[in-house]
Design a protein around this ligand. Structure first.
Ligand SMILES: CC(C)(COP(=O)(O)OP(=O)(O)OC[C@H]1O[C@@H](n2cnc3c(N)ncnc32)[C@H](O)[C@@H]1OP(=O)(O)O)[C@@H](O)C(=O)NCCC(=O)NCCS
Length: 184
């Protein structure tokens, strides 16, 4: 396994070309997609032809240090979802986005916080990152609570992008949280 990071209970690893079904299954749960697409699953062809190739291309671009990483339980090896630590396509390498998308079966166990904490540590101590940001819909309290537990603070509110207009609570917009190396 191409391990990227280990925490007490999780292993984060790089995705491979064989992982399409894991991503398709994750995005097929309307509860997982509630604040991302309004509950609509991602088309399997889009995962196979666009998402997964982009993930793999990201490892090439950033030397395997940044991108999207599959998370598995150490105990038993079950896939629980993914974490992201990634700069914007044309943005500076020392400002990266943190994100997470976990299977419903894995919610409520502190996994999002545990994986994200380890990613913040790695970003600030090994990867030369200066600032980490995360965005979510205003109504996605679970996601915001993870950001708060990480010590991130509200930087600003965000308008809802036009392609998210069908998401529940779109009228409330979104939020952006940030944390700098000094604040960590
Ligand atoms: C949001 C998500 C990542 C949270 O994962 P998780 O592993 O359950 O989060 P944690 O267990 O680390 O919880 C962190 C804190 O948030 C709270 N929390 C988690 N889900 C919550 C929810 N739906 N509503 C309110 N609080 C919630 C937890 O209680 C915990 O706080 P506590 O320690 O004080 O009890 C997970 O629900 C998910 O993947 N959802 C679908 C995809 C998604 O929305 N991703 C974010 C897009 S920006």
């Amino acid at each position: 396994m191409d391990t990227y990071l280990e925490t007490e209970r999780l292993v984060l690893r790089r995705f491979t070309a064989d992982d399409a079904e894991l991503l398709i299954e994750l995005d097929s749960d309307p509860a997982v997609m509630r604040y991302l697409s309004g509950g609509v699953p991602t088309e399997p062809e889009i995962v196979r032809e666009r998402y997964l190739p982009n993930i793999l291309a990201g490892y090439e671009k950033w030397g395997g240090d940044l991108g999207l990483f599959a998370a598995q339980e150490k105990d038993g090896g079950a896939f629980i979802g993914w974490f992201i630590l990634r700069p914007e396509a044309e943005g500076p390498l020392d400002e990266v986005e943190l994100g997470y998308r976990l299977r419903q079966a894995a919610w409520g166990k502190g996994y999002a916080t545990e994986g994200s904490r380890a990613l913040l540590d790695k970003a600030f101590t090994e990867l030369g990152v200066r600032m980490v940001w995360a965005e979510t819909m205003f109504l996605n309290l679970g996601s915001q609570n993870v950001m708060k537990k990480l010590g991130m603070t509200l930087a600003r509110t965000l308008p809802t992008p036009p392609d998210m207009a069908m998401v529940e609570g779109a009228e409330h917009g979104g939020v952006r949280y940030e944390i700098t190396k000094e604040q960590r």
